[in-house]
Each structure stands twice: as C-alpha cells, then as structure tokens.
Ligand binder design. Structure first.
Ligand code: HEM
Length: 132
C-alpha cells in the first residue's frame, strides 16, 4: 500500500527533529526573511523557543494524522491579535523557511516531498493563521 502524505512527512520530520541545528537554522532563516520578524524575537529565549517549536511542528504533523485540534487552537489564540498579533501574511514566510530548512537537513528531501509537507500541514497552519 502506498504511504500517505502524513506517513512520509512523519518520517521526514523524524530525520530532522532530533537535531538542534535544524531549529537553529530554521530561526536564522525565518528571522532573516524580515527585520520586523526578527524584532518579534528580540526578547525571546531562543533555546527554549527551539524546543517549543519542535513540539509545535509535531502538533501540525499529528493534526495531519487525525489528532484533535486542541493544541493548534491554543497556538491560534496565542498568535492572534489579542496575543502576539502575528500578521497573517507572515505565515507564508514561516512555511518557506520551514521548507528550505527541511531541504537542508533531510537527505531524502525532494520536490515531491515538499509538496507532501505543504499538503499535510497547510490546514493546521491555516487554523493558527485564521485565528488572527
Ligand atoms: C511562540 C509555534 C508561526 C512568532 C510560539 C510557540 C509555539 C509556536 C509552539 C510557543 C507557545 C506559545 O507561546 O503559544 C508556531 C507555529 C507557527 C508559528 C507552529 C506556524 C504555523 C509564527 C509566526 C511568527 C511567530 C509566523 C511571526 C513572527 C512567535 C512569537 C512567539 C511564538 C513572537 C513568542 C515568543 C516568546 O515567548 O518570546 N510559536 N508559531 N510564530 N511565536 Fe510562533
């Protein structure tokens, strides 16, 4: 039986998520995409933030595998205009930084795996962005 998007994405994340360098490189890239984004993390303890993001991406992957959306709703609340007030258009930069970092760290990454990642996690990302 063919592996689903969520299966191959789960395996891809497994090849990346135990390397701190993956999250270091993600935030370097994401913060380099705009000074306004870098500014949002100026008071953030990045070592802690990398751990939180490791779990956050796992929540996106688990959501694609049918897990309830409770954790993503909480992230929607924290990122909304009442919280960190993250402009919806920044999520595209977030996604592009994630894809570039996966390409860098997953030795099995290719264009078809990128499409699988985007199909799998876009609904969860849209849920967080949509809570704005
Ligand atoms: C905090 C995940 C998009 C900025 C967090 C946390 C997680 C997380 C797990 C820590 C828990 C919390 O505070 O609620 C995600 C995921 C995203 C995303 C999965 C994409 C779907 C973004 C974007 C920005 C952003 C686009 C734009 C700058 C922040 C900030 C914090 C944060 C400023 C708080 C940092 C601090 O505590 O100093 N995010 N995030 N996030 N996120 Fe996001």
């Amino acid at each position: 039986m063919a592996l689903s998007d969520s299966d191959i994405v789960f395996q891809s994340y497994g090849r990346c998520c135990n390397k701190d360098a993956f999250f270091v490189d993600f935030y370097d890239r994401f913060m380099n995409s705009s000074d306004a984004i870098r500014d949002r993390f100026k008071n953030t303890e990045m070592k802690q933030q990398r751990h939180l993001l490791r779990n956050g991406i796992m929540q996106l992957v688990l959501h694609a595998r049918g897990m309830p959306d409770t954790k993503l709703r909480a992230l929607g609340d924290s990122h909304s205009r009442a919280g960190y007030a993250i402009p919806p258009q920044w999520y595209e930069l977030w996604m592009d930084a994630l894809m570039a970092t996966l390409r860098q760290h997953d030795d099995q990454f290719d264009d078809s795996l990128e499409q699988a990642w985007r199909r799998a996690i876009q609904p969860g990302v849209d849920m967080i962005r949509g809570a704005y």
